[in-house]
Design a protein around this ligand. Sequence first.
Ligand code: FMN
Length: 317
Amino acid sequence: MPRPLPFTGPWLLAPMEGITEPCFRSLVLARNPPERLGGAFTEFVRVNDHAVPAWVLREHLGPDRFAAPVGLQLMGSNPETLSQTAEQAEAVGAPVIDLNFGCPAKGALRGCAGSALLRDPSAVERLVRSCVAATRRVPVTAKIRAGYDDDSRVEELARAAQQGGAAMLTVHCRTRKEGYCPEVNWERIARAVGAVSIPVCGNGGASCHADLEEMRRRTGCARVMVGRGALADPWIFSGRAATAAEAAGFLLDYAEQLGARAGFAPAAASDRLKQLIRQWTAGGLCDRDRDGWLREVDPERLLERLRTIAGLASRPA
Ligand SMILES: Cc1cc2nc3c(=O)[nH]c(=O)nc-3n(C[C@H](O)[C@H](O)[C@H](O)COP(=O)(O)O)c2cc1C
């Protein structure tokens, strides 16, 4: 019997390297009700020839706890070190352990991890099984792409994850070859849903709140995971249209937390803000002058502009 999942709602924040560290994740979790945003994930934690120490896993999980759980995502291809890390992850309190079989980065492929494993469904099964065996209660989930070069093995991959004991399967509907192309084929998610009895979480191309229900309706998936759509609008899960002031407040809080909690210097925090501003739609904050926001080289002036919109502008002395 697959272990019960702790998610509190149907929509999930996707793991995103360089983005879903504790500061960003907590801001998103705090702004969406747990009955809508049912959970989130850490960025992937790479597992090579040694198990990842507990303190690293704790850092990825971060200090904040919300009603909705944050799963710890691991990426590796060595069943021994991956399962030892899964055991550690359970010991440090991870409520879900997700295994990454989708990362298309060259580093992952060289290490035969991430999406490299999509060529070998038996390895997917083996790795999931090793982590399920190493843990006691925590559910182990798997995240795949629809295939390596094409989608012909999506059912086989889904069944492999189920056979290994995965409690949920996330299907990012693009193949490794398709990278992050704008076109998506949700039919591939429906095919995975038809192939397994465990819950399937659909992923890929949901860019507004209406897409979440639409993906569920069209594919039969139980949950929907959102990646870049949440970078454009962190309120996408609740479906609430944020005001410009709220949107500016989010970015200010993000900059503040990156500095205070993650030790970012102002210029580095400003770069992270711009990473979001590039696609940001919430509150219509920068739709009309995106280039102007991105051209701002002075971190303090960027913050001051946000403070003005948030109604928090500092008064001249
Ligand atoms: C910047 C970035 C980093 C990502 N990092 C991860 C990661 O660490 N683990 C993972 O499984 N997927 C990662 N992904 C893939 C996303 O989780 C998601 O599957 C993908 O973006 C498709 O969803 P979307 O169309 O809603 O963005 C990343 C995607 C982006 C854009």
